[in-house]
Design a protein around this ligand. Structure first.
Ligand code: NAD
Length: 313
């Protein structure tokens, strides 16, 4: 029913996330048709793509020929209907508001090929609600990336109550074929998998700083120079499985009381008051000094690519 190979993709909404998805699809050799309701955003996205691809070329990550090939695969369109022409997969990246997402999805559902897969980048919304009442609800999924998706491969896939299970398999196969790592959720929970785990950690990190146990630098260092090094290779269960000679069963049997005691002492939901935000701001200012944020982001993305290369080897 759904096309096993997809060579043309549409990216709707070309802000921070949309333009990065464009990189993912063009890098994989897909014809990538892009649209944004705000023309200047489309123009900005094209300029950003040219600059980013040029930076990759200058850094020796891709050849001049490859850079040219990628740019030639990207076409900007003045109307949604035109952008959707021939697309077998659509990635929606509009603003994070339910009513807006619903209206964008309704337009996409009406104008796209009826067999096209419709993926949303939403970070928080339930696809069952976004696609409620649409003729094509069976072809709608969340495909939630990590920012920026062209650097970080994981993408959370959440089907809606009406989504066709066959389509979910096709979407995962397609996203894996363009270099992403789809992970499947069985049902909706606010924050999906990634943000639930991230927020649990951030909650405790804030409480540690707020209560004066340690400063921003120390808390970041524990992740950056400690846990994060292992986490680039394995998740919490993989870590537990290697932390004891007898594996995860022995580990959680032996250390369960220590875990329970710490879990029971974790801090509450913090109030993000101005003083707290300023305290965190001063802490991060001290860590980065005058280095421009754009420079730090480029460095971060280059380093992540190197880690990915090492993992592939
Ligand atoms: P953004 O504000 O940078 O981009 C949104 C774009 O949508 C804008 O360019 C806007 O002009 C365009 N738009 C508005 N209405 C439109 C319409 N009717 N049709 C087409 N385009 C329209 O936002 P963003 O940060 O790129 O986020 C986009 C989506 O990705 C959101 O759902 C967000 O939750 C999700 N997301 C964001 C991040 C992140 O870190 N920024 C990470 C993962 C997922």
């Amino acid at each position: 029913m759904y096309k096993p190979t997809i060579s043309t993709v549409a990216v709707v909404g070309t802000g921070v996330i949309g333009r990065s998805w464009v990189q993912v699809f063009a890098r994989a050799g897909c014809q990538t048709r892009i649209f944004d309701k705000v023309p200047v955003q489309l123009k900005n996205a094209l300029a950003w793509l040219e600059q980013d691809i040029e930076l990759d070329r200058k850094a020796g990550l891709i050849s001049a020929e490859e850079a040219e090939k990628r740019l030639a695969l990207i076409t900007a369109h003045e109307s949604l209907e035109e952008a959707l022409e021939g697309a077998g997969y659509v990635q929606e990246n509009g603003p994070e508001q339910l009513e807006l997402k619903k209206s964008i999805y309704a337009e996409i559902d009406k104008a796209s090929d009826p067999e096209a897969i419709l993926g949303s980048s939403t970070s928080t919304l339930d696809i069952t609600e976004i696609s409620a009442g649409l003729t094509g609800a069976r072809r709608c999924i969340v495909a939630h990336p990590v920012n920026p998706p062209h650097v970080i491969p994981v993408v959370e896939i959440l089907p809606g109550k009406e989504t066709d299970p066959e389509l979910v398999v096709c979407a995962c196969t397609f996203l894996a074929s363009v270099g992403q790592k789809p992970v499947l959720m069985n049902f909706y929970l606010p924050g999906f998998l990634l943000n639930r785990m991230q927020v649990a950690l951030v909650q405790e990190a804030i409480n540690l700083v707020k209560s004066g146990v340690a400063d921003v630098e120390a808390v970041d260092s524990v992740i950056r120079d400690g846990l994060g090094l292992r986490w680039a290779l394995m998740g919490p269960f993989g870590v537990a499985n290697t932390n004891s000679d007898g594996g995860i069963r022995e580990y959680y049997t032996r250390y369960q009381q220590a875990y329970i005691d710490i879990m029971n002492s974790l801090g509450p939901t913090p109030s993000f008051d101005a003083d707290l935000i300023e305290q965190l701001g001063k802490g991060t200012d001290a860590m980065v000094g005058d280095t421009p944020r754009a420079e730090i982001r480029h460095w971060r993305d280059r380093m992540i690519r190197k880690i990915l290369e090492l993992k592939e080897k």
